[in-house]
Design a protein around this ligand. Structure first.
Ligand code: COA
Length: 704
């Protein structure tokens, strides 16, 4: 495409790779211009320029202001085009009507990165105006942040291009926030807690650069080891699902439901609360979800630690109660505590008074003092059998928490940070101070046991995620036979498939079926059942006019032989004709009765993410407990296996009181329904009965 009216050649239009590459100019510019810089301290343009200067940015700084010739001691220029050198990156803080013009000047000046602070675009309904900005950015390959952002901070280049607080502590966590206000306040909170950050990015309206591009940029940024995102929602779910993850990503997402999901009609659909879909998306991408901001930052800090070399964790404490609470948390989150009492006694007895406990938790007791902690931590860090360490401290009058913190830091540095170590300190002001000292020394320290343990858990989770072998996600073709049935139904003007039609479609896709058949007369029903040795049989009426079959006497279970079949067929026809005189009766569906655990498999379309497949156990598990898991199409067989093991009642699947599930055929079902996900609106296999021999779609419904 040519760049009309401009001397600059437009690059590959909207190529996301170009945008990701150009983010380098945003975070590591040699020159920065602030358009809208002002000498008035109350103005945003003043604050941004002041932050850029005060944070010690080493490159060239160009304030742009129509009238001023100098602002905050820096020579100013009337326009970007007047800057004496190239400009890598521009902050735009002028009123909304002027923004597009300034962005066009960026293009003329060959600027490759810009952040638009200005509000007044899509967030107030001005979508066209925002699209115009996106169009310019696409045409010239400008990586564009915003509009409606507070800017960003990138500590490795001492660049604070925001109107947020100054002096963010350097660290390895990149924090991306969709909310401006929360972003600024959490920036302040991390400063107070002495949590170091590599970057804080305010996403604003995400006209161009969003989470995906930033994650992919930070993937290759050696200054970042963890990405933390505060998210409210995703604009392009399908595109988000293509994000490549190379580093741990922790997501804090607000909002639990969507109107789209509420509007979903079917039983399966009503469970597709979009929050569950988000959880599915995060799990599928290998992102970790946190529920509170303290948990999110705790996890992010822990994820900056070295990876554990094995599963065995050790707790060191000076209080029994807090030790028990950490033990509970470890068990709940699946962290294994090293359990070898004799070995622990040998190693840890010399670190504590006689009355201390050497069982894990190692209790150095209130009398252990700084020395007790120091010795115990030293043993824990030096012993290879211990793979991760949790240090707990309850404030006492005899031992200053700051002393404990210093002992931990000394020992940790002495072994060159060789394994993960997290700390919880419970107490007053001194404990708070000790936490800050630990954080300043890149040792994750928190006020709550739960957060320290969940931080450590995040490390183990990331280890599992990053060790997954490359999984092939193949978009599977829909079988011709299945499409033919769907087409025929569509041509008949129907929006739903009858049970036998649904079975034909799903069977063609590879969904495991019990023995089944369709019959229009009693004799035919007997023949079908005998030919396939189907008894005992469930018989269900087939009619496009009947939705709730059992209400009209259209379901008879457990038919045991030919004689019963004859009688029950006739009985059903009579009853249904009486209860639904206007219904056109096409025949009956016959299906072998199967015993086992009732599961449910469904497919529905999410407004953001498209087709999503649901799995859960039937009955109260799905209706009351809503214990279901989702995955977004397409997904791999390994992902389907993880989906199955994600439900809370997974122990029932593993086998409980003689009942167990046939996981291979459940996974096969989850893979099979994906094949027609694009062609239909909803699929409901309820129940899918599973036993040790296989799984069987006992009832199936498809809406197109
Ligand atoms: N080129 C150069 N200078 C320009 C210019 C242009 N095209 N257009 C305006 N300016 C100058 C102005 O003269 C002014 O300088 P001065 O103070 O010396 O007169 C300065 O740039 C700022 O323009 P002004 O018209 O005073 O705007 P403002 O500072 O009142 O507001 C915004 C500008 C961007 C801050 C405001 O429109 C806005 O969007 N505020 C909300 C920001 C926000 O909350 N973002 C989201 C956070 S999460």
């Amino acid at each position: 495409m040519s760049a009309e009216g401009s001397s600059i050649e437009a690059v590959c239009v909207a190529d996301p790779r170009v945008k990701v590459q150009n983010l380098k100019k945003v975070f590591n510019p040699k020159s920065v211009a602030i358009v809208g810089a002002s000498s008035e301290p109350g103005k945003v343009g003043y604050q941004v320029l002041n932050n850029v200067i005060k944070n010690g940015f080493k490159g060239k700084i160009y304030p742009i202001n129509k009238k001023a010739r100098e602002i905050l001691g820096v020579p100013s220029f009337p326009s970007l085009l007047d800057c004496p050198t190239d400009v890598d990156f521009v902050v735009i803080a002028v009123p909304a009507p002027m923004v597009e013009g300034v962005l066009k000047e960026c293009a003329q000046k060959n600027v490759k990165g810009a952040v638009i602070i200005t509000s007044g675009f899509s967030e107030i309904g001005k979508k066209k105006e925002e699209q115009a900005l996106k169009d310019v950015a696409d045409q010239y390959g400008i990586a564009l942040l915003g509009p409606n952002t507070f800017g960003f901070v990138y500590t490795p280049s001492n660049l604070n291009a925001s109107f947020g607080p100054q002096n963010v502590s350097p660290g390895k966590v990149a924090f991306i926030s969709q909310s401006g206000a929360l972003g600024i306040s959490l920036m302040g909170w991390t400063m107070m807690e002495k949590i170091g950050l590599a970057s804080v990015v305010s996403l604003g309206n995400k006209a161009d650069i969003g989470e995906k591009e930033l994650i992919e940029y930070f993937n290759d940024d050696p200054n970042v080891s963890v990405i933390l995102i505060y998210m409210e929602g995703i604009k392009e779910g399908r595109q988000f699902m293509t994000t490549k993850i190379k580093k741990p990503v922790v997501i804090l997402k607000s909002g639990t439901s969507s109107k789209g999901a509420q509007a979903a009609a079917s039983h399966t659909g009503s469970l597709a609360g979009s929050d569950k879909i988000y959880t599915a998306a995060f799990n599928q991408l290998g992102m970790m979800r946190a529920r509170t901001f303290t948990q999110a930052f705790g996890a992010a800090c822990a994820l900056s630690m070295p990876a554990p070399k094995g599963p065995d964790s050790l707790i060191i404490t000076n209080g029994g109660g807090i030790g028990v609470s950490a033990t509970d948390e470890c068990e709940n989150s699946g962290i294994k505590l090293l359990d070898d009492p004799a070995w622990l006694e040998g190693k840890f007895r010399p670190t504590m008074p006689e009355f201390g406990s050497t069982k894990n938790p190692i209790d150095v007791t209130g009398g252990g003092g700084r020395e007790g902690y120091q010795k115990a931590v030293r043993v824990a860090l030096n012993e290879e059998r211990i793979h991760s360490v949790i240090v707990l401290y309850c404030e006492t009058a005899v031992l200053d928490p700051v002393e404990v913190a210093k002992a931990v830091i000394d020992e940790y540095n002495a072994v060159k940070r060789n394994k993960p170590l997290v700390v919880t300190m419970v107490g007053g002001e001194r404990s708070r101070q000790a936490i800050q000292i630990l954080n300043e020394n890149q040792i994750p320290a928190m006020t709550e046991v739960r957060e320290a343990v969940s931080g450590l858990k995040a490390l183990y989770t990331w280890q599992e995620i990053s060790s997954r072998s490359k999984e092939k996600v193949v978009t599977q073709e829909a079988p011709v036979k299945a499409l033919a049935v769907i087409d025929r139904v569509r041509q008949e003007g129907r929006t739903f498939l009858l049970e036998h039609e649904s079975r034909e479609v799903l069977e063609a896709c590879g969904v495991p079926m019990p023995k089944w058949g369709f019959a229009t007369t009693a004799d035919e029903a007997v023949k079908v059942a005998e030919k396939t040795q189907m008894y005992p049989v469930a018989m269900k009426i087939a009619s496009v006019d009947i939705i709730h079959k059992s209400d009209v006497g259209g379901v008879i279970l457990n038919i045991k032989n030919a004689e019963e079949m004859q009688a029950k067929f006739n009985q059903m026809m009579e009853t249904v004709k009486k209860n639904a005189p206007n219904a056109n009766l096409l025949g009956v569906n016959l299906c072998q009765m199967v015993d086992g655990l009732q599961c449910i498999v469904g497919m529905n379309k999410d407004p953001q993410f498209g087709p999503a497949v649901m799995f859960g156990l039937g009955g109260i598990f799905v209706e009351v407990l809503k214990d279901v898991s989702f995955r977004i199409v397409p997904f791999s067989e390994q992902e389907a296996a993880r989906q199955v093991s994600e439900i809370k009642a997974k122990k029932l699947l593993d086998g409980y009181r003689g009942q167990g599930a046939h996981k291979e055929s459940i996974i096969k079902t989850l893979m099979a329904v994906q094949k027609i996900a694009e062609y239909v609106k909803e699929i409901d296999i309820n129940p899918l009965i599973t036993n040790k021999d296989g799984s069987y779609a006992v009832d199936a419904r498809i809406i197109i």
